[in-house]
Write a protein of this length. Structure first.
Length: 66
């Protein structure tokens, strides 16, 4: 019976800890713009310069130097 009370107390502590972390994350605006994160990967790849065969750098967005 004593082990049951320890398990109940541990589960309540872990549940309240998770709730406090969730409340902190909401108040700290951690979930504010989670849709923008998936687009940041694509935009950062487009901004990286690539070296072509002649050694010049050009942008990846389709500029061929003309």
């Amino acid at each position: 019976m004593e082990l049951t009370w320890i398990a109940i107390a541990a589960s309540l502590l872990m549940g309240s800890g998770a709730l406090l972390i969730f409340i902190w994350a909401v108040r700290d605006h951690q979930f504010q713009s989670f849709e923008d994160v998936k687009y940041q990967v694509f935009w950062s790849e487009q901004e990286l310069p690539i070296k072509n065969e002649s050694g010049d750098q050009e942008q990846k967005n389709g500029n061929d130097g003309n």
